[in-house]
Write a new protein. Structure first.
Length: 188
């Protein structure tokens, strides 16, 4: 019987980055793993214990794949003013936006994979992390101690021929965690 696999894009990216932090912004690797991990669920696996504690994993007939549905939203592409620094922040030029755009492009070219994009609410506001609010209320920090948040800006994507020779090299470190950042509510 044909099987459909549904993938929550935001959760997949979170788990992908936890499992492979060295490839956190490697869209090609992420797209390959979406397909690989989804098709791995099509195998029937049985666990047998022929002798005591020894376990053997046998694979039986593979189920037929109908389609992989990858649900995500396009990246935030607005410009907003940071309430602390009063500077304009262009989220469309962030490293995350470039990664998401490339990932979506690569997913569109995968066999039997359908990309379903939702939309982000345009009503987004800057918020302070709850841990920092608690520290402010306890008097441990002052408003002047709050850090400025600006997403890391990436240059335009390079053509594949100019990519680094080692695809497993760790990415450049990101700036420290921010205290004020935009909340991005999803609308249904």
């Amino acid at each position: 019987m044909p099987t459909a696999v549904l993938v929550d894009g935001a959760f997949f990216i979170k788990r992908f980055r936890r499992i492979e932090p060295q490839n956190a912004f490697n869209a090609e690797r992420a797209a390959d793993l979406v397909h690989r991990w989804a098709t791995a669920h099509l195998l029937n696996k049985t666990l047998t214990r022929p002798t005591g504690a020894i376990r053997e994993l046998r694979q039986r007939a593979r189920k037929e794949l109908y389609r992989i549905f990858f649900y995500d939203c396009p990246p935030l592409d607005t410009k907003q003013h940071n309430p602390i620094s009063k500077k304009a922040v262009d989220f469309s030029r962030s490293r995350e936006a470039a990664f998401r755009k490339e990932l979506h492009s690569r997913l569109r070219s995968k066999r039997k994979l359908a990309l379903r994009l939702g939309h982000l609410s345009k009503d987004v506001r800057w918020t302070i992390k709850p841990a920092k609010i608690a520290e402010l209320l306890k008097g441990k920090i002052q408003m002047t101690d709050l850090m400025d948040f600006s997403p890391p800006i990436s240059p335009a994507p390079r053509p594949p021929a100019q990519q680094p020779a080692n695809p497993h090299a760790p990415p450049t470190p990101a700036p420290l965690a921010a205290t004020a950042q935009p909340s991005i509510p999803h609308s249904d």
